[in-house]
Write a new protein. Structure first.
Length: 752
C-alpha cells in the first residue's frame, strides 16, 4: 500500500489517510479525485482493518462504481467485492429488499423503469377522463419525480397551496390527484419506480428508528462521490446514516454543480461545513489535465461567481497555446469554420479525429456542425443522443413534409397517420394496407375513399387527415419551402404537442424542430439555391444524409455532445460553439443570480474538459424561429481575462470544398496555398454600407456596379431573362463569380 501513497501529492495523501470524522474533499477539475477516493477505501481496509461490510461508497453512475471497485480490488484483493458500493439507487434498493416489509412492500417488490411508470400514468390519465395533450405522461412523471426528490408525499402535495397554484397556472390542476392514484396503484402492485427507491428509504429510516439504528451501526464509514450533484432526498438519507459514527467523507466540486434542473442542490456542498462543524476540509487544487493557460482562464471565469468555496486551482503542466476565439457571420458559417479548423489541426499535428470534441449548450446546435462535417467527410459520433436528422421529432416532421409532396410514400404514411393521436389505431392502418393490396391501388386512393373501404368510426378521422394533407399539398405548390414547412408543422399539431411538453426533454425536442425550420429558412434565403421549393430542400437534405458516416464502427471520430454530457470527460482539443447571449447563457436560465451562476459553472466545466487546446466560437447572426437575428457575444467571453485569448485569423470560407474520404497531403498543401491567396478576414466578413438598401433590379444590366450584403462590391457580367426567373452573373471583388436569382438577391445598384 505504501507504494501507492508515494504517487500522491500532499493533499491527495492527506485525503487518503484521514480516516475518522467528517471530511470534505474539494476536488478541482482534473485533480485526481477518483484515485484519492479509491485509495481512501483501500487504506481503510488495508491499514485500519475496517471490514468491507462496514464501508458504503455511493456514486451516481454504474460506470464510476465499477471503475472504483476494480481499482480497490487491484489493491486489496477480492474483499473489495463485499463493500456497500454502487449507485444511490442500487445500494438503497439492496436495503429495501431486506426491510421493505416495514413499510408494507414485499421483499421481492418490482422496480418500474421510466417507461413502465409513464405507461401507468397514461392509463390513469385516460381513466380520469383528462385531456391527454394537457396531461402528457412525460410532463406528469417529471412533476411527480420532482416532488419525490424533495420528499413531498402525495398527501403533502394535495395540501400544498403553492403547488396547487403552480399546477393551476400550468392548466394541469389534477396533478395532485394523479400523484395519489399513481402512488396507491404502485403500492397495491408491490412496485416502486426509481424515485420511490430513495423516497421510501427515507421513509423507512424516518418511521422505523430501529431499522435506521441497525444500519447506522452496521455502516461505519460513508463515502459519497460527486457530492455537489446530490438532491435533498439523497442528502437526508446520508445524514441519517452517518449520525452515529460521523465518519462521512464527501468528494465534489461546487464549481462543477450543473444539474440544478434535475433537482441537485448546490447548498448541500456549500453548507456541509455548517452541518458538520468538526469537518476536515481538504482541497485538491493541482490540475493534472490541462495547460496553464486553460487552467488560469477557467479560474478567471469561475471567480465571477459569488456562491462558491474559495480555491486556487493550479497546474505544473506547460503554458500551452492561447484560447482561440472564432467569429462567424452565421451559424452555418460557424459550422464550416469549426469543420475546417478540425481538419487543419488534425493534418498539421498528425492527430486523430478522436482527439477532438465539439460541445454545445443545446442538442439543436448540432445540426450546423453535422452538416459541415458531412460535407467535408469528417466522421463524427453524437454522444447522448441521435444525429440531428435521426431524432424522432425531426423524422416525424420530415415524414409529414414528404407525404405532403408524395402521397404514395408508405413509410411516411405509417409514421404520421396517427401522429399526433387522432383515433386511428393499428388495426385500422392494417385494413388500409390490406385494402390497397387487395384492390391493387395506392394507399392514398384508399384514404380518399375511407367510407367505402374502411367504414365505421375510423372513416371520419381518416377523412379529416386526407383533407389536411390536401391542404398541405396546396401550400407546397404555392409557397416556398419555409412557408410550406411552417404551415405543415403547425397544421399537423406537432408543434403544439411539443410546445405543451415543458420538461427538459420536451423543450429539447421543440428546439430541434425549430432548428429544422431554421435550416429550411436558411435554405430559402440562400441566394445560391435556385430551387426554393420544399422538394428542393428535401432533396438537398437527402444528399447530405444519404451517406451516413455514423453507421460504421470506426472509433476514430470527432465527438459531438452537450456540455452536460461531457462532465467527467477530457479531450485534447475542445471546440465550444454558440457562445452567444440567450444561447449560452441560456435565456431560460437568467431569471435569478443562482441560475446565471449555474450557467457560468457549466461554462467552467466546458473549459476544463480541454487538455491541450480550447476553441470558442460564436455567430453574429443565427436563425431563431424562422427569422435571421443578430447575435451578441456571450457575457461569459468577457469573464475570461484577455491575456488568455486571441481572435482567430484562420481562413473564413464561404463554401467548403467537398473532400473524398481518402484525402491526402496534397490537399493540405493546396488548402494552405488557397488560404495564403485569400483576402484578410476583415474583407471576407463583409459589412454592408451604412445606407445599404436593396434597389429595384428590374432594369439591371451588364456593366453595372452593385453591392450585396454578404458578398460585397461587384460588377454585373450578364443578365439572363430567358427562364422563369431572371438571373444575374456577377463578379464580386472578394468572393469571385456568383450567379444570383434577382427575385431573391438583395442588391444595391451603385452606378450604371
Amino acid at each position: 500500500m505504501q507504494h501507492y501513497l508515494d504517487h500522491l501529492n500532499e493533499p491527495q495523501r492527506e485525503g487518503v489517510v484521514h480516516a475518522n470524522g467528517p471530511c470534505m474533499l474539494i476536488a478541482g477539475a482534473g485533480s485526481g479525485k477518483t484515485r484519492v477516493l479509491t485509495y481512501r477505501i483501500a487504506h481503510l481496509m488495508h491499514d485500519h482493518q475496517v471490514d468491507p461490510f462496514q464501508i458504503m461508497a455511493l456514486t451516481f453512475t454504474n460506470k464510476a462504481s465499477k471503475e472504483m471497485r476494480d481499482r480497490v480490488e487491484s489493491v486489496v484483493g477480492n474483499d473489495a467485492r463485499n463493500l456497500w458500493m454502487g449507485t444511490f439507487h442500487s445500494v438503497f434498493a439492496r436495503i429495501l429488499r431486506a426491510e421493505a416489509h416495514h413499510i408494507g412492500y414485499p421483499h421481492q417488490f418490482t422496480i418500474y423503469d421510466v417507461d413502465d411508470a409513464k405507461s401507468i400514468l397514461k392509463s390513469i390519465i385516460k381513466e380520469m377522463g383528462l385531456d391527454e395533450n394537457a396531461y402528457k405522461a412525460n410532463v406528469v412523471y417529471n412533476r411527480i419525480s420532482h416532488a419525490k426528490n424533495r420528499l413531498i408525499s402525495w398527501q403533502e402535495y394535495l395540501q400544498d397551496a403553492i403547488l396547487a397554484a403552480e399546477d393551476a397556472d400550468a392548466l394541469r390542476p389534477e396533478i395532485g390527484n394523479i400523484y395519489r392514484t399513481y402512488s396507491l396503484r404502485c403500492y397495491r402492485a408491490g412496485a416502486m419506480d426509481f424515485d420511490d427507491i430513495l423516497f421510501n428509504t427515507d421513509k423507512l429510516f424516518r418511521e422505523h428508528l430501529d431499522v435506521l439504528n441497525k444500519y447506522q451501526h452496521r455502516i461505519q464509514y460513508i463515502l459519497v462521490d460527486e457530492f455537489q450533484d446530490t438532491n435533498l432526498c439523497q442528502y437526508f438519507i446520508i445524514r441519517k446514516l452517518a449520525a452515529v459514527h460521523q465518519n462521512i467523507c464527501v468528494v465534489g466540486d461546487d464549481a462543477q454543480s450543473i444539474y440544478g434542473f434535475r433537482g441537485a442542490d448546490i447548498s448541500n456542498i456549500l453548507n456541509f461545513e455548517k452541518d458538520y462543524p468538526d469537518c476536515r476540509i481538504i482541497k485538491l487544487e493541482q490540475n493534472y489535465r490541462s495547460t496553464q493557460t486553460i487552467v488560469d482562464a477557467a479560474n478567471s471565469v469561475i471567480a465571477k461567481n459569488k456562491a462558491q468555496i474559495p480555491k486556487n486551482i493550479w497546474t505544473a503542466n506547460e503554458t500551452g497555446s492561447l484560447i482561440e476565439l472564432i467569429k462567424a457571420m452565421s451559424d452555418n458559417e460557424e459550422g464550416r469554420l469549426v469543420a475546417t479548423s478540425v481538419f487543419e489541426e488534425k493534418m498539421q499535428h498528425q492527430l486523430r479525429f478522436s482527439d477532438f470534441v465539439v460541445l454545445y449548450r443545446t442538442n439543436s446546435q448540432s445540426r450546423a456542425i453535422e452538416e459541415a462535417f458531412r460535407r467535408m467527410n469528417i466522421k463524427y459520433r453524437v454522444v447522448g443522443g441521435l444525429s440531428f436528422y435521426q431524432r424522432r421529432e425531426i423524422k416525424d416532421v420530415l415524414a409529414y413534409l414528404r407525404f405532403s409532396i408524395n402521397q404514395q410514400d408508405e413509410a411516411a404514411f405509417r409514421r404520421i397517420i396517427n401522429l399526433p393521436k387522432r383515433g386511428i389505431g393499428d388495426s385500422t392502418i392494417d385494413k388500409i394496407i390490406v385494402a390497397a393490396n387487395d384492390h391493387a391501388i395506392s394507399i392514398w386512393e384508399v384514404l380518399q375513399n375511407a367510407t367505402s373501404f374502411i367504414g365505421g368510426r375510423a372513416a371520419s378521422p381518416i377523412e379529416e387527415f386526407v383533407n389536411m394533407i390536401k391542404r398541405f399539398g396546396v401550400e407546397v405548390q404555392n409557397k416556398d419551402a419555409y412557408e410550406a414547412a411552417s404551415e405543415i408543422a403547425r397544421g399537423s399539431g406537432l408543434l403544439k404537442e411539443l410546445y405543451a411538453d415543458k420538461t427538459v426533454e420536451g423543450l429539447s425536442r421543440y428546439e430541434n424542430v425549430q432548428e429544422l425550420l431554421n435550416a429550411i429558412k436558411e435554405y430559402v434565403d440562400d441566394p445560391e439555391k435556385q430551387d426554393k421549393s420544399l422538394t428542393g430542400f428535401l432533396q438537398d437534405i437527402a444528399l447530405i444524409t444519404g451517406q451516413d458516416e455514423n453507421k460504421d464502427n470506426d472509433p476514430d471520430k470527432v465527438t459531438l455532445m452537450t456540455i452536460h454530457m461531457a462532465k467527467g470527460l477530457e479531450f485534447n482539443y475542445v471546440y465550444l460553439v454558440g457562445m452567444e447571449e440567450d444561447l449560452f447563457p441560456s435565456q431560460l436560465m437568467m431569471s435569478s443570480r443562482a441560475e446565471l451562476e449555474e450557467e457560468r459553472r457549466l461554462f467552467y466545466v466546458a473549459i476544463t474538459r480541454a487538455k491541450k487546446r480550447l476553441f470558442l466560437s460564436y455567430a453574429l447572426s443565427r436563425y431563431r424561429y424562422g427569422h435571421l437575428r443578430n447575435c451578441e457575444p456571450s457575457r461569459f467571453l468577457d469573464d475570461i481575462e484577455g491575456r488568455f485569448i486571441r481572435t482567430s485569423q484562420r481562413f473564413t470560407p464561404t463554401e467548403l470544398p467537398s473532400f473524398s474520404p481518402n484525402y491526402t497531403r496534397n490537399f493540405v498543401s493546396g488548402l494552405r496555398k488557397t488560404i495564403s491567396q485569400q483576402p484578410s478576414p476583415a474583407k471576407a466578413t463583409y459589412k454592408p454600407s451604412a445606407d445599404f438598401k436593396p434597389s429595384d433590379t428590374s432594369k439591371l444590366e451588364a456593366g453595372m456596379q452593385v453591392e450585396h450584403p454578404k458578398f460585397g462590391m461587384g460588377k454585373v457580367i450578364s443578365v439572363d431573362a430567358s427562364g422563369a426567373e431572371r438571373k444575374a452573373r456577377i463578379t464580386f471583388n472578394d468572393f469571385g463569380e456568383k450567379t444570383l436569382l434577382l427575385s431573391f438577391a438583395k442588391l444595391r445598384i451603385v452606378e450604371a
